[in-house]
Design a protein around this ligand. Structure first.
Ligand SMILES: [Zn+2]
Length: 260
């Protein structure tokens, strides 16, 4: 690979890491009811410290350094339904799920995950780019045969380049587990039950999605589909454990509307 192409890709990567999510619109300006829901969440969960966080429109659930982004499609639904007048079971579950996701995103901000993640991504990009350039430099020295020392350095540099990305994703996954843990420890019982339901839906969705790559073990398939998060089953089990631990459940009763 041309070194300049590699350096260019790396620089584009740097720009992407620092300038993603810089342009955004606050929910308050377009969806006042949805913003009222958010204000009610500030009151309901003081430990989430949402009053210091901007609530903005995006196309996905995301947290940035000091901003939480919500998908516009969902905001439109919240806008139409909030405040809830006629409480149907579906509607309540819908809002409880939003609550759980909000606590997960608040967990990222409380743990300062996004700046740490940016630094980790920056280090990874630099390591990969540096290792490949180093390998190229050894190979281009013009000698037909590499010395033992050169071979060793080549192997170390290649291993570093290959291992960098999995290491980054292991780190990101640990952040995701911590954000889930914050939600699991903060949510009310009903909200936690809705969170379990949400994890279960993600699991069903992935199970349908991945049925086509039957050659690979399931854990690898999950990793390919979503390298940033622990498997949906692990996330669901962690939430179930929190439900049992915090609300003294010996087992989730079968008659429970959220039972799985
Ligand atoms: Zn997350």
């Amino acid at each position: 690979m041309s070194r300049w192409l590699l350096v260019t890709i790396t620089i584009i990567g740097y720009i992407n890491i620092f300038y993603a999510n810089k342009a955004f619109v606050e929910v308050k300006s377009l969806y006042p009811n949805a913003y009222n829901w958010y204000c009610d969440m500030i009151q309901k969960y003081p430990s989430a410290k949402l009053e210091n966080v901007s609530f903005c429109i995006s196309n996905n659930f995301l947290a940035s350094t000091n901003t939480i982004f919500w998908p516009e499609e969902i905001l439109k639904t919240i806008e139409a339904l909030y405040p809830i007048n006629e409480k149907t079971q579906d509607m309540l579950i819908f809002f409880l799920k939003q609550e759980y996701i909000l606590l997960h995103e608040a967990g990222h901000i409380i743990n300062n995950d996004i700046p740490k993640r940016r630094i980790a991504a920056l280090l990874t990009l630099t390591t990969v780019c540096g290792s490949i350039l180093y390998c190229e430099a050894i190979m281009l020295k013009g000698n037909m045969f590499l010395s033992l020392k050169e071979k060793k350095s080549l192997i170390i540099a290649l291993t570093t380049a290959i291992a960098s990305y999995p290491l980054l994703f292991i780190y990101i996954r640990s952040q995701e587990s911590r954000a889930d843990n914050f939600a699991n420890q903060t949510a009310t019982k009903e909200c936690l039950e809705a969170g379990i339901k949400w994890h279960n839906e993600i699991e069903c969705y992935f199970n349908n999605e991945i049925s086509s790559y039957y050659l690979l073990p399931k854990s690898i398939q999950f990793f390919i589909n979503d390298p940033e998060h622990p498997t949906a089953n692990d996330r669901k089990e962690a939430a179930k454990k929190a439900l049992r631990d915090r609300f003294q459940y010996s087992e989730i009763p079968i008659t429970d509307p959220f039972a799985l």
